[in-house]
Design a protein. Structure first.
Length: 121
């Protein structure tokens, strides 16, 4: 079973994502409420996929993405964010994210991207 790390400052959003993943059969989910904690959990847990919000207090998501890429250049990341600016989306895609899912998150938008990023697992 693949392990997924969700880095999201909103408790409500983390629970919603966890519930969507669980309904789709992804039960190994690790959560982090900030970028800093997310990086620590990534190092410790070594998840197969990271779901990353961009707009968070403290360390912003793009900075977290850059740090994740330094730790593991092959890290698989899906951006899950309200930010829809073309420049931001393009920058994230250039940094090698698997997908960019805009909020509000729905099962129909999130789960197919998770499956694709995990190679159909």
């Amino acid at each position: 079973m693949p392990k997924i790390l969700t880095i999201e400052d909103s408790t409500f959003e983390r629970k919603a994502i966890r519930d969507m993943l669980a309904r789709a059969g992804y039960t190994s989910v690790v959560e982090a409420e900030s970028g800093e904690i997310g990086l620590e959990r990534y190092k410790k847990e070594k998840p197969d996929l990271v779901l990353l919000d961009l707009r968070m207090p403290g360390m912003p998501g793009m900075e977290v993405l850059e740090e994740l890429k330094k730790i593991n250049p092959r890290v698989r990341v899906i951006i899950v964010s309200i930010v829809r600016k073309k420049e931001t989306v393009d920058e994230a895609l250039k940094l090698g994210v698997e997908a960019y899912v805009s909020k509000p998150i729905t099962t129909e938008k999130l789960i197919p991207e998770v499956k694709k990023a995990l190679g159909g697992n």
